[in-house]
Design a protein around this ligand. Structure first.
Ligand code: AMP
Ligand code: MG
Length: 691
């Protein structure tokens, strides 16, 4: 069992960035807590990185948090090197040896010279090789020619990790040698300053652990349109943070004195599986601030938005299957749309615009149709082009075929024709590399078209949210069954199941339970196993038979939200075995309104979608109403002849009014006298995602 509150992953660099914009090979870091990552941070040189790490560690320690800090370079050299250089088998002796000799500023450093100096001590032909400087360095071979190394080429960890590089190579693609030389001195200082424990050389019983990572161990090459190093530190941070303490303890249980080890080597499957785990919601995620009495609708929504986060697994989906999924990341265009300049009409293409007057142009033999490779066009000629055809080189203007006469290998038309007329520019819709769709978007028909058009092959998406629907009440019987006196049909369940489905989630029917605490307990257990969210209706207040709230309270994870809204009873929000529970009122009208107003955006958040605000319209009322101040009201409503009318009764049990209506009128908390012609806000059901 090993627990860290904060995970920070660092992609180190042996070089330095002196340019303006973020570069792929400078330093990137990413912090994660509870399985949630922050945005990756760009650190342009080691000085900045060390300062940033010092600030982070100091702040975390001050807050009493334990930190695991990962760095992507070897913490040790192949066996025997430490002793040969320092006289001890101790990796820390090597760290300090380097710390004392490496000179490093954002402008210059002595790593190649020091490597040459070390080589001199071992005969002058190795173990280090590669010189990144223009000048020659004594004893440092530029390439493998004349290279000799009396030490092993790789550590045991690198022998096992396929594709891992040797620490002796100081430069070139994939090389880590410079990172080690320039990184170990920093680790030596951090270890001393924060009394940190370095893995796997010492027990991790201190508040800060330094751990060697290698992102390529478990990550593939799809960096989802981000700078690769930024993406890698974020993915590894999320992965490590998603491990539970037992798993983390197992992964860290390694004996590799002197050479060190790569975090997760031998546990790759576990790490990959952890990477797809969503962060958990905590048991207190619905807790209300103290002293809250009646919560305005707007505040309740703001709290839900703030407290909830995606809970479903992240999967990679081929673009052809992406419809219905929610994107976990911004998707960048792999290809421009359109990919090449092309013609928007059937007609004749030529170079340049033409002014007023009659124009004649010789017609080339060739023809350009959609799908053809762009051809070359002799100067001063025109070519037949068909809609969608890539413009032949030299062509930038197209005249409509209806405006042209063709005669004896010539075309004639009347100007003016504007330069660029009837053509589409490459990338005029979406440029290559531009953000085509933003994260949190649900892929519908339009998004499916866009993803295809910009050449995306697969997307990272949240698995659909499974929503359990459960009705409670002694009086309920199943639709279609026999109902005795005093019994009523369960109307909420078919309604809520269909709402869930129309909103794009997976409904899971958990049935009905009478007002019996033990049976409800079992049913909630079942629901928590089969679904990511549980919607109940009925039994959510604080009465004798309100077993939903009683059980959630017993589980210690319940909050009764008294929201200033009509229709609506208190919402019982809580957690049951890790699954959030939305306890909706029993009255079908209140259940539907609360599901539309509160459960819908909550479900969207849990499913990874962006926060949803239903779009309403200010329209003239066709009714009269005296509204008291203090709470929001939602009335069943529909548009007729440009005005909004409301259902005759506000009774919360009048199910027929829900079907009569096409939407809701929302009246804000302030008092109002509404007369025919007063402007009120109408929200059609379609704005809530209902058909
Ligand atoms: P409760 O919230 O359990 O006190 O129920 C409030 C009202 O809603 C009562 O009149 C219940 O009979 C009714 N009710 C509860 N659940 C349902 C349901 N699934 N279908 C129709 N009516 C219900
Ligand atoms: Mg009841």
């Amino acid at each position: 069992m090993t627990f860290f509150d904060t995970i920070v992953m660092v992609d180190w660099s042996g070089g330095n960035d002196t340019g303006k914009s973020p570069r792929k090979d400078a330093i990137w870091a990413c912090v994660a807590r509870d399985g949630r990552t922050e945005a990756p941070i760009y650190l342009r040189n080691r000085k900045l990185a060390e300062d940033w790490l010092e600030d982070l560690l100091a702040a975390e320690l001050a807050a009493g948090r334990r930190v695991l800090a990962g760095f992507d370079f070897p913490f040790g050299y192949p066996k025997g090197f430490a002793r040969a250089l320092t006289g001890k088998d101790d990796p820390f002796a090597l760290w300090e040896w380097l710390e004392q000799r490496i000179e490093d500023t954002p402008q210059a450093n002595n790593r190649f010279d020091l490597a040459g100096e070390i080589n001199r001590q071992f005969g002058g032909h190795g173990p280090f090789w590669f010189n990144g400087l223009k000048r020659e360095i004594d004893y440092l071979p530029r390439g493998k020619q004349g290279y000799q190394n009396r030490f092993r080429g790789k550590r045991a960890a690198e022998e096992q990790a396929r594709g891992a590089f040797t620490c002796w190579q100081l430069g070139g693609t994939g090389a880590v040698g410079s990172q080690v030389l320039m990184g170990l001195p920093v680790l030596a200082r951090l270890r001393r300053k924060f009394d940190a424990a370095a893995w796997p050389f010492e027990p991790l019983n201190k508040p800060v652990a330094l751990v060697e990572i290698w992102p390529s161990l478990t990550l593939d090459d799809a960096s989802e349109g981000m700078i690769k190093d930024a993406w890698q530190v974020r993915e590894v941070a999320r992965m490590v943070s998603a491990l539970d303490p037992t798993e983390l303890g197992d992964v860290l249980d390694v004996s590799a004195p002197e050479e060190g080890w790569i975090f997760g080597l031998g546990h790759e499957d576990l790490l990959r599986q952890a990477a797809s785990r969503p962060p958990r919601l905590t048991n207190d995620c619905f807790a209300l601030p103290p002293g809250v009495n009646w919560t305005p609708v707007k505040d309740a929504l703001a709290m839900l938005e703030q407290r909830l986060s995606p809970v479903t697994k992240i999967v990679k989906v081929p673009v052809t299957d992406a419809a219905g999924y929610v994107l976990t990341e911004n998707v960048l265009a792999e290809r421009a749309n359109p990919p090449l300049p092309n013609t928007a009409v059937d007609g004749y293409g030529f170079a340049g615009g033409r002014d007023a007057g009659v124009h004649h142009l010789p017609l080339a033999e060739a023809r350009a149709a959609a799908g053809d490779m762009p051809v070359n066009l002799p100067e001063g000629t025109a070519i037949r082009v068909l809609t969608g055809a890539a413009l032949p080189s030299g062509v930038d203007t197209v005249v409509l075929q209806e405006d042209v006469t063709v005669n004896g290998g010539q075309i004639a038309f009347r100007g003016p024709v504007r330069l660029g007329a009837n053509t589409r520019q490459a990338g005029e819709d979406v440029e290559q590399g531009a953000c085509a769709l933003s994260k949190g978007t649900r892929v519908g028909p339009a998004e499916a078209a866009l993803l295809a058009a910009v050449g995306v092959k697969r997307v990272s998406a949240y698995e659909p949210l499974r929503v359990a629907v459960l009705s409670t009440g002694e009086e309920l019987v199943e639709a279609g069954d026999f109902a005795g006196p005093g019994q009523i049909y369960d109307a909420n369940r078919p309604m809520l199941l269909e709402m869930v489905r129309q909103m794009g989630h997976l409904p899971v029917d958990i049935g009905r339970v009478p007002d019996d605490r033990e049976r409800l307990r079992n049913r909630l257990n079942e629901a928590a196993e089969q679904a990511d969210l549980i919607l109940t209706s009925g039994g959510a207040s604080a009465g004798d038979e309100d077993h939903v709230s009683a059980l959630l309270t017993e589980a210690g994870a319940m909050s009764l939200w008294r929201i200033a809204v009509k229709p609506g009873r208190p919402l019982a929000l809580g957690m049951w075995s890790g699954a959030p529970v939305f306890g909706l009122p029993g009255n079908p009208v209140a259940a539907m309104v609360c599901a539309l107003i509160f459960a819908r955006p909550a479900m969207a958040r849990l499913a990874g979608q962006n926060w949803l605000e239903p779009q309403g319209f200010d329209v003239p009322a066709a009714f009269t109403k005296h509204k008291k101040a203090g709470r929001s009201e939602f009335l069943r409503a529909r548009m007729r002849d440009g005005r909004v009318e409301i259902f005759a009764s506000e009774g919360s049990g009048r199910i027929s009014g829900l079907s009569w209506a096409d939407g809701l009128v929302e009246l804000p908390p302030e008092a109002a006298e509404i007369k025919p012609g007063s402007m009120v806000r109408y929200i059609p059901f379609s704005s809530f995602g209902l058909r």
